[in-house]
Design a protein around this ligand. Structure first.
Ligand code: DC
Length: 214
Protein backbone atom coordinates (compact mmCIF):
# COMPACT_ATOMS: atom_id res chain seq x y z
CA UNK A 1 0.00 0.00 0.00
CA UNK A 2 1.36 3.46 -0.82
CA UNK A 3 2.69 5.68 1.94
CA UNK A 4 1.29 9.16 2.12
CA UNK A 5 1.59 12.40 4.06
CA UNK A 6 -1.43 13.38 6.13
CA UNK A 7 -1.64 17.10 6.97
CA UNK A 8 -4.00 18.11 9.77
CA UNK A 9 -4.59 21.81 10.40
CA UNK A 10 -7.07 23.68 12.51
CA UNK A 11 -7.76 25.95 15.43
CA UNK A 12 -6.25 25.44 18.87
CA UNK A 13 -7.91 22.87 21.13
CA UNK A 14 -10.05 21.26 18.48
CA UNK A 15 -8.54 17.85 19.04
CA UNK A 16 -5.96 17.82 16.26
CA UNK A 17 -3.39 15.91 18.24
CA UNK A 18 -5.89 13.30 19.44
CA UNK A 19 -7.07 12.42 15.97
CA UNK A 20 -3.56 12.73 14.50
CA UNK A 21 -2.19 10.26 17.06
CA UNK A 22 -5.06 7.83 16.55
CA UNK A 23 -4.71 7.94 12.78
CA UNK A 24 -0.92 7.51 12.99
CA UNK A 25 -1.43 4.47 15.16
CA UNK A 26 -4.00 3.00 12.77
CA UNK A 27 -1.72 3.57 9.77
CA UNK A 28 1.55 2.63 11.47
CA UNK A 29 2.81 6.15 10.67
CA UNK A 30 4.97 8.57 12.61
CA UNK A 31 3.08 11.42 14.32
CA UNK A 32 4.58 14.91 14.47
CA UNK A 33 3.04 17.63 16.65
CA UNK A 34 4.37 20.88 15.17
CA UNK A 35 2.68 22.98 17.87
CA UNK A 36 5.04 21.30 20.33
CA UNK A 37 7.98 22.62 18.28
CA UNK A 38 6.70 26.24 18.49
CA UNK A 39 6.02 25.69 22.18
CA UNK A 40 9.54 24.33 22.69
CA UNK A 41 11.12 27.46 21.16
CA UNK A 42 8.76 29.62 23.28
CA UNK A 43 9.64 27.68 26.42
CA UNK A 44 13.35 28.17 25.74
CA UNK A 45 12.94 31.94 25.22
CA UNK A 46 10.86 32.30 28.39
CA UNK A 47 13.40 30.33 30.38
CA UNK A 48 16.53 32.06 29.14
CA UNK A 49 15.17 35.52 28.27
CA UNK A 50 16.79 35.18 24.86
CA UNK A 51 15.23 36.78 21.80
CA UNK A 52 13.72 34.19 19.41
CA UNK A 53 15.93 35.37 16.54
CA UNK A 54 19.01 34.75 18.63
CA UNK A 55 17.74 31.43 20.01
CA UNK A 56 17.11 29.84 16.62
CA UNK A 57 20.76 30.44 15.71
CA UNK A 58 21.91 27.82 18.15
CA UNK A 59 19.07 25.64 19.40
CA UNK A 60 18.05 22.29 18.03
CA UNK A 61 14.41 21.19 18.26
CA UNK A 62 13.61 17.55 17.64
CA UNK A 63 11.63 14.58 18.93
CA UNK A 64 12.99 11.68 20.92
CA UNK A 65 10.53 8.90 21.73
CA UNK A 66 7.72 11.28 20.71
CA UNK A 67 8.83 13.89 23.25
CA UNK A 68 9.89 17.30 22.01
CA UNK A 69 13.45 18.22 22.98
CA UNK A 70 15.48 21.42 22.96
CA UNK A 71 19.20 20.81 22.60
CA UNK A 72 18.56 17.24 23.68
CA UNK A 73 16.61 18.18 26.85
CA UNK A 74 13.14 16.62 27.03
CA UNK A 75 10.74 19.56 27.63
CA UNK A 76 7.50 17.74 26.82
CA UNK A 77 6.26 18.03 30.40
CA UNK A 78 6.81 21.79 30.57
CA UNK A 79 5.28 23.20 27.40
CA UNK A 80 1.54 22.65 27.82
CA UNK A 81 0.71 25.67 29.93
CA UNK A 82 -1.28 28.78 28.99
CA UNK A 83 1.85 30.89 29.38
CA UNK A 84 3.94 28.83 26.98
CA UNK A 85 0.96 28.54 24.58
CA UNK A 86 0.57 32.30 24.42
CA UNK A 87 4.26 32.84 23.94
CA UNK A 88 4.24 30.17 21.19
CA UNK A 89 1.42 31.96 19.42
CA UNK A 90 3.47 35.17 19.56
CA UNK A 91 6.80 33.80 18.37
CA UNK A 92 5.03 31.88 15.61
CA UNK A 93 4.38 35.25 13.91
CA UNK A 94 8.12 35.68 13.28
CA UNK A 95 9.12 34.70 9.75
CA UNK A 96 12.58 33.41 10.67
CA UNK A 97 11.20 31.22 13.46
CA UNK A 98 8.72 29.69 11.04
CA UNK A 99 11.39 29.12 8.38
CA UNK A 100 13.60 27.42 10.98
CA UNK A 101 10.87 25.02 12.10
CA UNK A 102 9.34 24.43 8.64
CA UNK A 103 12.77 23.26 7.41
CA UNK A 104 12.91 20.68 10.20
CA UNK A 105 9.33 19.58 9.54
CA UNK A 106 9.91 19.10 5.81
CA UNK A 107 12.96 16.97 6.54
CA UNK A 108 10.84 14.74 8.79
CA UNK A 109 8.45 14.05 5.88
CA UNK A 110 10.98 12.97 3.28
CA UNK A 111 10.15 9.27 3.61
CA UNK A 112 6.37 9.98 3.85
CA UNK A 113 4.35 7.76 6.18
CA UNK A 114 3.66 10.63 8.59
CA UNK A 115 0.73 12.41 10.15
CA UNK A 116 1.63 16.00 10.98
CA UNK A 117 -0.61 18.50 12.71
CA UNK A 118 -0.39 22.28 13.03
CA UNK A 119 -1.65 25.45 11.37
CA UNK A 120 0.19 25.56 8.05
CA UNK A 121 0.89 21.92 7.23
CA UNK A 122 -1.44 21.61 4.23
CA UNK A 123 -0.71 25.13 2.98
CA UNK A 124 3.03 25.67 3.54
CA UNK A 125 4.90 22.65 4.94
CA UNK A 126 3.41 19.97 2.67
CA UNK A 127 1.19 21.57 0.02
CA UNK A 128 1.58 18.26 -1.86
CA UNK A 129 0.17 16.15 1.02
CA UNK A 130 -2.13 13.44 -0.30
CA UNK A 131 -4.68 13.90 2.50
CA UNK A 132 -5.41 17.26 4.12
CA UNK A 133 -7.87 17.67 6.94
CA UNK A 134 -9.04 20.96 8.41
CA UNK A 135 -10.41 20.43 11.89
CA UNK A 136 -12.82 22.80 13.52
CA UNK A 137 -15.21 22.98 16.47
CA UNK A 138 -17.23 25.77 18.10
CA UNK A 139 -15.09 28.06 20.36
CA UNK A 140 -17.20 27.17 23.43
CA UNK A 141 -16.67 23.47 22.83
CA UNK A 142 -12.92 24.00 22.46
CA UNK A 143 -12.76 26.17 25.58
CA UNK A 144 -14.51 23.47 27.57
CA UNK A 145 -12.04 20.86 26.33
CA UNK A 146 -9.06 23.02 27.22
CA UNK A 147 -10.60 23.80 30.62
CA UNK A 148 -10.95 20.08 31.32
CA UNK A 149 -7.37 19.42 30.21
CA UNK A 150 -5.94 22.13 32.45
CA UNK A 151 -8.08 21.04 35.41
CA UNK A 152 -6.94 17.44 34.92
CA UNK A 153 -3.36 18.67 35.22
CA UNK A 154 -4.10 20.27 38.58
CA UNK A 155 -4.31 23.85 37.29
CA UNK A 156 -7.22 26.07 38.38
CA UNK A 157 -8.49 27.65 35.19
CA UNK A 158 -11.29 30.24 35.03
CA UNK A 159 -13.73 29.48 32.22
CA UNK A 160 -14.05 33.09 31.04
CA UNK A 161 -10.25 33.37 30.79
CA UNK A 162 -9.96 30.11 28.89
CA UNK A 163 -12.63 31.17 26.39
CA UNK A 164 -11.02 34.60 25.95
CA UNK A 165 -7.69 32.87 25.38
CA UNK A 166 -9.18 30.55 22.73
CA UNK A 167 -10.68 33.56 20.92
CA UNK A 168 -7.45 35.60 21.15
CA UNK A 169 -5.38 32.74 19.88
CA UNK A 170 -7.79 32.09 16.97
CA UNK A 171 -7.58 35.74 16.04
CA UNK A 172 -3.79 35.82 16.14
CA UNK A 173 -3.40 32.50 14.31
CA UNK A 174 -5.71 33.57 11.48
CA UNK A 175 -4.63 37.21 11.16
CA UNK A 176 -0.86 37.03 11.34
CA UNK A 177 1.06 38.03 8.25
CA UNK A 178 3.30 34.96 8.09
CA UNK A 179 1.51 31.73 7.10
CA UNK A 180 -1.82 32.49 8.79
CA UNK A 181 -4.05 29.56 9.63
CA UNK A 182 -6.31 28.99 6.67
CA UNK A 183 -7.95 26.06 5.04
CA UNK A 184 -6.10 24.67 2.01
CA UNK A 185 -8.37 24.61 -1.04
CA UNK A 186 -8.14 20.84 -1.25
CA UNK A 187 -8.57 20.21 2.51
CA UNK A 188 -11.54 18.28 3.86
CA UNK A 189 -13.30 20.07 6.72
CA UNK A 190 -14.06 17.99 9.81
CA UNK A 191 -16.25 19.85 12.32
CA UNK A 192 -16.17 17.71 15.44
CA UNK A 193 -18.36 19.90 17.71
CA UNK A 194 -21.07 17.24 17.71
CA UNK A 195 -18.96 14.14 17.11
CA UNK A 196 -17.71 11.62 19.62
CA UNK A 197 -14.07 10.64 19.35
CA UNK A 198 -15.12 7.27 17.96
CA UNK A 199 -17.28 8.84 15.25
CA UNK A 200 -14.51 11.20 14.30
CA UNK A 201 -11.92 8.42 14.11
CA UNK A 202 -14.17 6.23 11.95
CA UNK A 203 -14.79 9.17 9.60
CA UNK A 204 -11.10 10.02 9.29
CA UNK A 205 -10.03 6.40 8.82
CA UNK A 206 -12.53 6.08 5.98
CA UNK A 207 -11.03 9.17 4.32
CA UNK A 208 -7.51 7.82 4.78
CA UNK A 209 -8.38 4.36 3.40
CA UNK A 210 -9.95 5.95 0.33
CA UNK A 211 -6.70 7.77 -0.46
CA UNK A 212 -4.25 4.92 0.17
CA UNK A 213 -6.37 2.37 -1.66
CA UNK A 214 -7.00 4.58 -4.69
O1 DC B 1 -1.27 23.60 18.53
P1 DC B 1 -0.67 24.34 19.72
O2 DC B 1 -1.67 25.04 20.59
O3 DC B 1 0.25 23.47 20.50
O4 DC B 1 0.24 25.49 19.04
C1 DC B 1 0.84 26.51 19.80
C2 DC B 1 1.01 27.75 18.94
O5 DC B 1 1.97 27.50 17.91
C3 DC B 1 -0.26 28.21 18.21
O6 DC B 1 -0.88 29.30 18.83
C4 DC B 1 0.21 28.64 16.85
C5 DC B 1 1.56 28.09 16.69
N1 DC B 1 1.67 27.11 15.61
C6 DC B 1 1.90 27.58 14.34
O7 DC B 1 1.94 28.78 14.14
N2 DC B 1 2.09 26.71 13.32
C7 DC B 1 2.03 25.39 13.51
N3 DC B 1 2.25 24.57 12.48
C8 DC B 1 1.78 24.89 14.82
C9 DC B 1 1.58 25.76 15.85
Amino acid sequence: MKKIIVAIDGYSSCGKSTIAKQLAQYAGYNYIDTGAMYRAVAWYCLKTGEEPLQAIEHIQVDFRHHHVCVNGEDVEGQIRTLEVGNQASQISTIREVRAFLVREQQAMGIAKGIVMDGRDIGTVVFPQAELKLFLTAAPEVRAQRRFDELAAKGEHPVMADVLADVNDRDYRDTHRQESPLRQAEDAIVVDNSQMTREQQLAHVIALFDQVVEA
